[in-house]
Design a protein around this ligand. Sequence first.
Ligand code: SAM
Length: 313
Amino acid sequence: MVPGRYHSPMFSYRHAFHAGNHADVLKHLTLIATLRHLMQKEPAITLVDTHAGAGLYRLDGDYAEKGGEAADGIVKLMAALRPAVGEAAPSSAVLDDYLDLIASFNPSGSLRVYPGSPFVMQSLMRTESRDKLKLFELHPTDSRTLSANIAQLEAGRQIAVALQDGFEGLKPLLPPPPSATGSKRALVLIDPSYEIKSDYAKVSACIQECIKRFPTGSYLVWYPIIPRAEAHDLPRRLKTLCNQAQRPWLHATLNIGQKDLEPNQRPGLTASGMFVINPPHTLKAELQTTLPLLVNVLGRGRGKGQTLETGGA
Ligand code: SAM
């Protein structure tokens, strides 16, 4: 069980409890940096979110307040880097980009809404071009909420929401259709809740299939760092797959460390990782600057730190 990510067995995970936590910070910041780079090239791109969630989250809503996880993530980060008074903590271009995007969902200036990955992707896709966004979400309530949130954008056929298993739904989308110039481009975010431990094996099988179907795609995998063999093995397996297929990879982790717990208080998730296949050549340097800044602000105790490694072709 991923501490802080489950509430009862079998498909009860709701991302609203966790929106804006340190794991979302690492995930969305890496996603934005990757997308920014891809969007510099003109040809249209297919974007896929295999585990999309509800899309938008209220940070002052019931779910968020119960977990309060954003307090150790986006809330802390915004307060330190964009303080109403006093000196701001050091930032980086990637961090500024991320905070600007979150701020754009909160025009009043107070942090009430957190955009999940579908809205992060939607914010960066080019509405005037033929970029497409495919969103999969299997939880009926979250899928309904996601559809309603997306409908408000009136994006028509540019964005599609499916109440479907994202691992399965992804397969027929690869390779993506060619753009007007003939080039094929795709970015896929794979962000399961790891509610059931078979998710770990499904992620590696999915990546193996993705690399076979479309070796040059950008694939981003989030995973929790917890004392469980499957979680520990996942990045190792992904590295092996990439090395065998001669694909470059980047692996970043963020650990905010353990705070002192009250009696009966659960520790919650303290660390997670992002594994990026075919990362932009700019990503390593950007994260090299940014990860220590995140630890500086979000780090809160024993175990805090970050790692960054790259490999492959
Ligand atoms: N990607 C979202 C974000 O960053 O805002 C958060 C996604 S959350 C970690 C994982 C989501 O996957 C949950 O909403 C869960 O209901 C959904 N889910 C679980 N298994 C799934 C599957 N096989 N296919 C699609 N969605 C699934």
